[in-house]
Every structure is written in structure tokens, then in C-alpha cells.
Design a protein around this ligand. Sequence first.
Ligand SMILES: [Zn+2]
Length: 461
Amino acid sequence: MVNNQPKRIKVLVLFGLIFIGACVDRIIDPISFNQPPIADAGFEKLVTLQSSPIQLDGHASHDLDGKPLSFFWELKSKPDESDAYLVEPKSVTPYLSVDLVGTYEVSLVVQNELAVSEVDTVAITVVNNAKNIILLIGDGMGFEQVRAAGMYRHGSDGTLSFESFPFHGRVSTHSASGVPTDSAAAATAMATGRKVNNGVISSAIPGDGSPLMTILERFKAKGAVTGLLTTTTITHATPAAFGAHEFSRKNQFEIGRDYLLESQPDILMGGAQFVDSASALEAGYTVVTSRESLFSLDRGRSQKVWGQFGATNLPYEGDGLGDLPHLSEMVETALDILDNDPDGFFLMVEGGRIDHAGHINDLYKNIFETLEFSRASRVVLDWASTNKDTLVIVTADHETGGLTVKENNGLGVLPDVIWKTTDHTSNDVPVYALGVNADQVNTAIDNTFIYELMLSTAFGN
Ligand SMILES: [Zn+2]
């Protein structure tokens, strides 16, 4: 008896919970069980004031008998004093014109034959500018590289961290050279908004060769802090395009000098070739050379850090990193330090060796590099969930290898694939976005638009 008592209470509590659960289910969802929503007002949005009017992206589906439903949009609430209004509220994709910072609620109202309204409401939050921009670039990471890594790690595609971002699109990558782009020209397009010839680092070629101001330099000029992280040598083309100006990506000593003397990003992490630790120390950086010394940094205060991890590129993830840190660990540390600055930051993170594994058509190495890039994006995703005044973009500079996945062989088994080349291709690459103005990444864009979006989101022009 005495022993039975707690068990009986547990059973009663369990039934009680099931009963309450069933009631809650009915209250929330009286019409459709496992049916698609009849009115879906789309994703919540965080946008800058100057991006108004804002396109809404909801939709009204058919009723349970398959008949089309009539619908209209309603502006449910807006900040006091606002004269906001909806443009074409009876169209599928109307615009919301806003005039003040604050929160606006829009509803999609559906009217069926029985005159029952089915409403879904979504909040649109309007801010002046985003405080932080984080750009993650998977070098050589096309759509098929992403699919292959998801299949291997989770058994199916669509499963990497950044694939859960609310907005997705595709990016054209051509350079001014008229052949598939290289990392220098593609990164320059994203860093400066300008198409240049392959091999050129943020300089006007074609053109007068003058330096093109980068998004990192614009953040620096307004007093914000900046960082560049990569798994390649830090003077490699992708990070270089954000913090250097050279006619050739091969000028790696000069690129290192540009970092030290000109752009001076607050945090630099990657392979150390071409910049010695004495020069970094002299320029005011704390130098760390291992995972252990990275973790020993005091993350609670602003400081300049140069992570010099190994003599050249970091090893492949698939080969093991020894005492050197993973990209995701660099990201975690960099965010912790950069976010001490009240003026915000720009951070570029490169998964640099996805490309190298593509050039040698090594699927195993390619997948492990992509998975670590996904982990790095997960760290950013988690950080951004509590730092909403941020725009996060995950993309690639170009595709490498002409990869096509033929067959998913399930969890932990490499999929069957075909590589078409050991070089770059002109294929579009994926883009995923989260946070302020992320809704503008929902279609086909050019890589120069990534710069324009970062600029307008952070600076409002
Ligand atoms: Zn390459």
C-alpha cells in the first residue's frame, strides 16, 4: 500500500497531463490536425528602417476540401504616432511601409464559406541599424558539398546548422575575368561590392588600381572592432580581401604588412606563415599559438589578439588538428572578446580548406571541413539568438570540383558522388541569412549584393 501510493499518483498525474495536453491541442488548433496552416503570415522579421517598404512573405493555402480561400492582410498594431500602412493588402505578397523604429504586427486573415476567420499574426521589428555583422564563407562550398556533409553526418540533406536559418537564396559568383572566379575576386566582391579580376585583392582592377574600401575598414572607421578568422594561412586570399589591398593575392608578405600597419583587425586567427610573432607583438597584439593558449585568454575585456596556429594552413579536420584549435573554437573565443565593445563589430569567418579538399576531389576531407564550418556557424547561431541586433550571412565564394551527389548511403557512410573537375566552377553557391534584414536574402543574388546588404544594414545607406 505504502509503496503503491506514489505510483498511483504518478499514473494520475500522467493521465492529467495527457488530458490537459489534448485540451491545449484543441484550443490552439481547432480546425486542422496535421494539416498545413490555412493562414501562414510568414517569418518574424527584424529589419532596418531604411529597408521600408518591407515585403511580407506569408501565404494562404486551400481549405480542407481543396478550394482556394479568400484572404486579406491587416496591420494589427504599430508604434504610437506611426503612419504605417500596407500596400496592396489583398495581394499574396503585400508591402508594409513603416516610418518609425518599433514593433509592428501584421495578420493574414482567411475567410472561408462558413465565414470563419483563420488568422496568423507575425511581428515585424524595425531598428535603425544592425550593430554587428558576421559573414561566414565556406571556400569552395557549393550546394552539393552541403548536401553530402548533411547526408554523412545526419543521414539526410538539409540538416547542417545554417540550413535552419530562416532565409535562403543562391549567389552568382562570376569575376571580372570572364572565367570561374577565384577566392580573391569573389571575396573582394563581398568585401567591397566591386567585381575585379581573379587574383586581385580589393584594388580597382580593371580600373585605376586604387584601393577599394572594405566593409571591415568601414566598421573600423566608425570605431567598431573587427576580426578575421580562417583555417588557411591568415594572408590567404579570402581574409586578405577584407583587410588588405594588393594587385596580387601572391603578395602575402605585403598582405601581412597591410594587416599590421593599415587595417589592423582586432582579432586575426589562422596559419601564421608570412607574419612573425615579433611583428604582431610589436603591433600591440597578444599572440596565441595553440588551442590551450587560445583558451587561456581573458575573454572579459577588449583586446587585440593574433592567433598564429601552425606554420601554414591548419591541418585538415579529417587528419586531426593536434594542439591547434578548431574553427568553431576560434569563433567562440573571438565572439566573446569582440562583443565586449559597445560599438559592435564586423567578423569574417572562413572555412578555407573545403576548397582544398575539392581541388584534390577528396570527399572525406571535404565533408569534415564542411562539418566543422557548420559547427562554427552553430556557435554564431547560438550567440546571435541572444544578440538580435546582428546580421549573420553564411555563403561561399565559389564551388570547387563540380561535385554532384548521386546517392545517399546514410549516416556515417560517404555518399556516392561524381567530381567533374579539380578546379573552380561557375555554379551558383548557396546563401543563408539570419537576423537584421536577413529577409532580403530570399532569392537569386549576386555576390556584390552581399556587400550592399551588409553596408545598408550596418550603416543605413
Ligand atoms: Zn580554390
